[in-house]
Design a protein around this ligand. Structure first.
Ligand SMILES: Cc1cc2nc3c(=O)[nH]c(=O)nc-3n(C[C@H](O)[C@H](O)[C@H](O)COP(=O)(O)OP(=O)(O)OC[C@H]3O[C@@H](n4cnc5c(N)ncnc54)[C@H](O)[C@@H]3O)c2cc1C
Length: 270
């Protein structure tokens, strides 16, 4: 049975530069890393491989240089690395990205049963958190997002129980396998590759699938299959607000002052 980790290669910066003319990310001259959340997805897939004897696959869609991210995954111990790369996949929005990834998973599932697909909760460049759910919907898999702990896995009974980390609370959810989960950082601490594994990964094969392999309708992938239209991308300017009281030393007084000012400005009605 397979466990698949979806990993995306992203620019190693939180200060992403935007091309003001094309409204796309400027990727030249920036070092690339595995999306930080995806390192946790990878780690979880490796723990499941170790614990249940699953075969682990790392899957990435991207330009040819995304092979570097997959070699890092091989150095960490995945059994197979698959790169989905083709010019016709380029310019994809989240809809067509999830289409290509889902199609590759379907292809892998034709040869070997898929138990679990693991994605990061979101990327640090695109940041939409849409790709994981997009893949799950296309494949008809159960969808469990923001997972910080896999509580129980029963591959024979096809059940999974996870803990989801929501704002201010946790939620325990049970679902049928196969499932796609998206994970948060708290789920694990990623391991580091050792030197022999790193050297072996340099020689290991990364499978590359283009659209001759996936045979997707070109109107459903890449730019043509992307209905999203980005009119403008920009970093919001920080507006320095007025500091009202000292909430740390005098929370009650600060709250009273805040309510008073909101009432004064008619932003609050009683
Ligand atoms: C109109 C438009 C045009 C675009 N054109 C380009 C372009 O030309 N080139 C380009 O590089 N990007 C382009 N993008 C960005 C691209 O759509 C996103 O990078 C991609 O869809 C993933 O979305 P995200 O980064 O928000 O991922 P999220 O939805 O935040 O990712 C969630 C998780 O899904 C998985 N995942 C996401 N993407 C991949 C991937 N590629 N491979 C494996 N797993 C993945 C990871 O596990 C990740 O943690 C474009 C976006 C739009 C809207």
């Amino acid at each position: 049975m397979l466990v698949i980790a979806c990993i995306k290669q992203v620019p190693d910066t939180t200060q992403v530069q935007i091309d003001p003319v094309t409204n796309t990310l400027v990727r030249e001259g920036i070092p690339f890393i595995i999306n930080p959340y995806d390192t946790h997805a990878l780690e979880e897939s490796l723990r499941l491989k170790d614990r249940y004897g699953l075969r682990s696959v790392a899957l990435s869609m991207g330009p040819p240089n995304a092979e570097t991210a997959l070699r890092k995954a091989l150095a960490l111990g995945v059994d197979e690395a698959v790169l989905l790369s083709d010019r016709v996949f380029g310019g994809a929005d989240t809809l067509s990205t999830s289409n290509v990834l889902a199609s590759a998973i379907r292809r892998l599932a034709a040869d070997e049963e898929v138990g679990l697909v693991i994605c990061g909760k979101q990327t640090i460049d695109g940041d939409t958190a849409q790709v994981g759910p997009g893949i799950a919907v296309r494949l008809g898999y159960s969808q469990l997002t923001l997972v910080d702990r896999i509580e129980h896995l029963d591959f024979l009974g096809h059940r999974i129980r996870v803990r989801r980390k929501l704002e201010g609370r946790y939620e325990i959810v049970e679902a049928r396998l196969p499932a796609l989960i998206t994970v948060v950082r708290e789920i694990n601490r990623p391991r580091y590759p050792n030197v022999p594994m790193r050297l072996a990964a340099e020689r290991a094969q990364v499978t590359v699938w283009n659209n001759d392999v996936l045979r997707l309708d070109v109107n459903s992938i890449g730019l043509k299959g992307s209905p999203t239209w980005v009119s403008r991308i920009f970093s919001p300017e920080r507006v320095k607000g007025e500091i009202i009281g000292d909430g740390m030393c005098d929370p009650v007084g600060t709250a009273e002052l805040l309510v008073e000012q909101l009432l004064e400005r008619e932003l609050l009605a009683v």
